[in-house]
Design a protein around this ligand. Sequence first.
Ligand SMILES: Nc1nc2c(ncn2[C@@H]2O[C@H](COP(=O)(O)OP(=O)(O)O)[C@@H](O)[C@H]2O)c(=O)[nH]1
Ligand SMILES: [Mg+2]
Length: 347
Amino acid sequence: MHLNDYGMVPAFQNLPGIPARVTAQHKERYEIVCEHGVTYARLKAREFHWGDALFPTVGDYVMIQYVANGDSQILATLPRRSCFSRREPGPIPRDQAVAANFDYVFILQSLNQNFNPARLERYLSMAWQSGATPVVLLTKADLASAEQACRTQAEQVAVGVEVHVVSARTGVGLDGLAPFLQPGKTVAFLGSSGVGKSSLVNALAGEALMQVGDIRQQDGRGRHTTTHRQLLRLPSGVLVIDTPGMRELGMAEGTDGLTDAFSDVEQFLGKCRFRDCKHTNEPGCAIQAAIAAGTLDPARWARYRKLQAEAEGHTDALSAKQALLRRKRAWSKEIAKAKKHRNPEIR
Ligand SMILES: Nc1nc2c(ncn2[C@@H]2O[C@H](COP(=O)(O)OP(=O)(O)O)[C@@H](O)[C@H]2O)c(=O)[nH]1
Ligand SMILES: [Mg+2]
């Protein structure tokens, strides 16, 4: 077994132990893969109870001390190149990662009952913030009655993002996903319960790897059949992570993703007469002018403001690419830091 079959392992030279990737988490016990195959591991307490050590999550690369007939020990989590995290409430709120190191985020909405542009915007925002590249998948094409209208709406919301119409049942549109489904790449699946995440994974795998849930007839919502997150390797060599729904993820910190998902709205920002314009009824407000001229949809502006408030930050006009590059730079810096920390003589 080569760990490279489970994705691109980040640099780890000079760290003690051998690299592994977390494929599932069961409370304190982690399922991992390493050069010895699939095995289990626990955190080495001493290593995680000082400083700001990253607690591993599904998709993480970790350094382990391998134990042949028992649980191995996780010594460190390697820096992440992308992740979803949720805000853990409590006296000191902290972000907890729920999936890490994916290259693409497949955002799924089903064409029969689940299609909702406002929700799509929120998923897009979250996907951009994760550091990975989003792709929109409109599922259950075989049940669609307004496929073209939904696709058009989705394309308007998903500025600069590919939109694919697919069906796990008929196989329609699956070929179009091939560029993302490369060996060693990791894809995170995001979308409400019942939109067909598990069915799509099975269709792509060509076998029933995941349990498919029944839909309750009245409201089209799925039962929560995915009990724990798992990183799976499909026969084609692509890796997939089935992530929890929006509610479980909450809104993550930061506003980079917001900027990326709303480039059409943000083109009007910074053009008002007053620098501190509140965009309500100030004279010379570019936003209100755009709304009046019909070039800015007031509903989209309202959604933007709502997301902005939730993100609790200020926006600066970073493009998707810049945000991604920044994330990557931070990543290599982290690696350098981790190395230095372990081995002071290494630079
Ligand atoms: N007609 C049709 N039904 C689908 C398709 N994909 C999934 N389903 C059905 O939708 C329900 C939920 O699917 P599932 O994969 O469990 O959704 P998940 O909760 O997102 O993982 C199941 O009853 C599936 O059979 C599709 O492409 N076409
Ligand atoms: Mg599922």
